[in-house]
Design a binder for this molecule. Structure first.
Ligand code: NAP
Length: 327
């Protein structure tokens, strides 16, 4: 067991790392438990590690690559003394202070916690979908696009993510078919215009993927038109699933109040959760805006909230205190 820290930050996307910059500059010596490398969006650096060019983060006239932006955030927080643990939190106990956080059998304690675990990609729920991730099925065009040079591939979804993935994939693929379950896209107008203008992109409207074909790797998908119920096969070697996200909150079930869809509830215009001393920021508590800049802003709020909370406790409060369920 290590000493009681002022603050532990769980998660390292734009929200967590902004909280790290602010708490580190406030001399709170944050420990950032940043997640572990994986193919999903709860890895260190969060969803921006799986994206290509970020064109709407203020300050970068020509845009910046997502991983490069996150490396800058991380380095900036490290410069002020933030420490990193490249592991995933496996259990928490917020019922008393100091709060306890475990990485497998290793226990960490802190007087305040900032939760910034973000959200991860939704999957279609088709048989063998998970098995085929890395063998034709992907949720990350940036990571896997290169493998599909000259191939015909498909993207599922009609939001900004799907169009962004499809546009990026046209750099590699011969043809990209966007399979969307409705006749109208949800994506922003500018992304729609870009996709419609791109000769390599085709649309299959009112259509869903019903089966993944191929034994050890993807060799095609079966699709169904929802209007006509007609089934057909698309001979694609890659299927990029871009249908939205779920928050990474499993480890907080029973510890923090959450909405029915699993997003953490924060109080009023603050980052406070229902447990005094535990704060939440970024996509884990925001299914409306979900932008890097809003996540970063809320990370700043969480850091300031945590700093004020610690000040309100005074310097000597280190004994064990039962935490009320509400402020
Ligand atoms: P989203 O906006 O929720 O779109 C999800 C898409 O997937 C929708 O078109 C939805 O269809 C479809 N879908 C959901 N479940 C499905 C299923 N089981 N089978 C087939 N299709 C399914 O999610 P997102 O595209 O990930 O975007 C999330 C947020 O991030 C948005 O606010 C977006 O603007 C933002 N974003 C911005 C950028 C950018 O600015 N560069 C890039 C990516 C994301 P329906 O339309 O029928 O519901």
């Amino acid at each position: 067991m290590s000493a009681v820290r002022d603050v532990i930050i769980i998660g390292s996307g734009p929200a967590g790392l902004t909280a790290a910059i602010y708490t580190a500059r406030a001399n709170l010596h944050p420990l950032v438990i940043e997640g572990e490398p994986s193919s999903t969006s709860d890895q260190p650096g969060g969803q921006l590690m799986l994206t290509t060019e970020v064109e709407n983060y203020p300050g970068f006239v020509d845009g910046i690559m997502g991983p490069e932006l996150m490396a800058s955030f991380r380095g900036q927080a490290a410069r002020f003394g933030a420490e990193y643990l490249t592991e995933k939190v496996t259990r928490v106990d917020f019922s008393q202070r100091p709060f306890k956080v475990w990485v497998r059998d290793d226990e960490y304690q802190a007087r305040s916690i900032i939760v910034s675990t973000g959200a991860r990609s939704l999957m279609l729920g088709l048989p063998r979908e998970t098995e085929l991730v890395g063998y034709g099925v992907s949720t990350c065009a940036t990571c896997d696009g290169f493998f599909f040079r000259g191939h015909d591939i498909a993207v599922v979804g009609g939001g900004d993510s799907a169009l962004e993935e499809a546009l990026f994939l046209t750099k590699f693929a011969a043809k990209v078919t966007i399979v969307h379950r409705r006749g109208e896209l949800r994506a922003s107008k500018i992304m729609q215009e870009r996709a419609f203008k791109n000769d390599k992109i085709e649309f299959l409207w009112d259509t869903v993927v019903t089966e993944l074909l191929g034994e050890t790797k993807l060799e095609g998908v079966r699709v169904r038109n929802l209007d006509t119920a007609e089934e057909s096969q698309l001979p694609v070697t890659g299927l990029f699933v871009a249908i939205g996200h779920v928050p990474n909150t499993d480890v907080f079930k029973g510890q923090l109040d959450m909405e029915d869809n699993g997003y953490l509830i924060t109080l009023g215009k603050s980052s406070r959760t229902n447990v005094p001393g535990v704060f939440a920021c970024g996509d884990v508590q925001d299914h409306t805006y979900r932008q890097a800049i809003t996540a970063a802003g809320s990370g700043c709020m969480a850091a300031i909230d945590a700093e004020r909370w610690l000040e309100s406790l005074g310097e000597t409060e280190n004994e064990i205190v039962e935490t009320p369920r509400n402020w």
